[in-house]
Design a protein around this ligand. Structure first.
Ligand SMILES: [Fe+2]
Ligand SMILES: [Fe+2]
Length: 373
């Protein structure tokens, strides 16, 4: 789904909502089954209005998905199937020939998550989430980027790469463990910033031979780690939220979308390994000094690039190690933890106080939700 389709879908949602209002049907009084944005009856949708906890969970997840759509769209414009920046595309393809397709499909998935969650909220008499007023951050000036306002900033990231060692280790952050960074990616762009430092017609050989090729490869490598970082966060967030849900249909939604976040993480976890293995390993950004070492030399349990499946970890005290998504507690993987992590990532660098207040209020409400028995 391209951005136009997302907008069209969103407008359909809004139009339906104003139509209901104009004919005097309060959204809180939608009939059994509800009306979905598409105008069809919501098969299997419960007659009752959502309880406040389930609504808060879905509203935060809708916000998180809107944020994901915003960042994935930026990657997609520059490096997706119709990506408009040839050198960025070439640098991504040095990581895997399918990168363009994966970026576009991940973008489509997030757009479907955001649109579905908002439509579902409305079908159950709850308010949808709209962050449009905060789309004010500037776009990249590089060839391929649309000049529109953004929610997120990919121009200077501090990517937390500890997920890489965490999933290769038996230590679990929910039981107090910490994992070290796999690569130190500090203040590095994940998209090209302009056509001066990274001209879009630059050749991107492996290994890169010119300063602009090295800069662009470091940017593409940063993107690859950022993809893994974002989607492992999604995997943990959905696991955490599922523990708080009351309504079985809401639980079905949370675990079903959460499974796709896990799927995304797993693919990116595999692809990003190509930035830190031969023949590409060793790229140094000539401007920032950010370095992508060969993690297979000397390798080992916490570094080897092809050890992408989660190592069994401590999970419940007194029981054997088990291969699971981690973290999953509210403190480490909940809504507030997610926003704090995205903030530390500098994903929201330049955003307004009002933006932080809005997303933190949504996050706190979601974390406060409790499963009702
Ligand atoms: Fe998503
Ligand atoms: Fe995602």
């Amino acid at each position: 789904m391209n951005e136009k389709d997302v907008q069209a879908q969103w407008h359909k949602v809004i139009q339906r909502r104003s139509f209901l209002k104009s004919v005097g049907i309060a959204t809180a009084m939608l009939p059994a089954g509800g009306l979905l944005a598409t105008g069809v009856k919501a098969a299997g949708s419960s007659a009752q209005r959502l309880n406040s906890g389930d609504a808060a969970i879905l509203r935060f997840l809708a916000a998180a998905e809107i944020i994901e759509v915003d960042l994935w769209q930026q990657y997609n414009e520059l490096g997706g199937v119709d990506g408009g920046n040839a050198a960025y595309v070439a640098a991504l393809q040095n990581l895997d020939g399918d990168m363009q397709q994966y970026i576009t499909d991940n973008t489509d998935d997030e757009a479907s998550h955001a649109a579905f969650l908002n439509a579902y909220l409305m079908s159950r008499g709850a308010e949808p989430v709209n962050l449009d007023e905060f789309r004010k951050l500037p776009s990249s000036k590089a060839a391929g980027a649309k000049q529109i306002g953004r929610l997120t900033n990919l121009r200077k990231l501090v990517v937390d790469t500890s997920f890489y060692t965490r999933y290769r280790s038996g230590a679990n952050p929910d039981l107090g463990a910490t994992a070290r960074q796999a690569v130190n990616i500090v203040n590095e762009p994940a998209i090209p910033l302009n056509d001066t430092e990274t001209p879009p017609d630059t050749d991107q050989p492996v290994p890169p031979t010119t300063a602009s090729a090295r800069r662009m490869q470091a940017i593409a490598n940063t993107a690859a780690f950022h993809f893994g970082y974002i989607e492992q966060g999604g995997a943990s967030l959905y696991a955490s939220m599922s523990l708080k849900v009351t309504d079985p249909e809401v639980l079905r939604i949370v675990v079903s979308i959460g499974g796709v976040e896990v799927d995304h993480f797993s693919v990116w976890h595999d692809k990003l390994g190509n930035a830190v293995s031969q023949p590409l390993a060793g790229v140094v950004d000539p401007m920032s000094g950010v370095t992508f070492p060969d993690l297979n030399n000397p390798g080992g349990e916490l570094a080897q690039t092809n050890k992408i499946f989660p190592e069994p970890t401590r999970f419940i005290e007194g029981l054997p190690l088990v291969s699971v998504i981690r973290p999953s507690t509210t403190a480490n993987a909940g809504a507030v933890a997610t926003i704090k992590s995205f903030t530390a990532d500098l994903l929201f660098d330049g955003q307004s106080k009002e933006f932080f207040a809005r997303v933190m209020a949504l996050a706190e409400a979601a974390d406060a939700a409790k499963r009702r028995v």
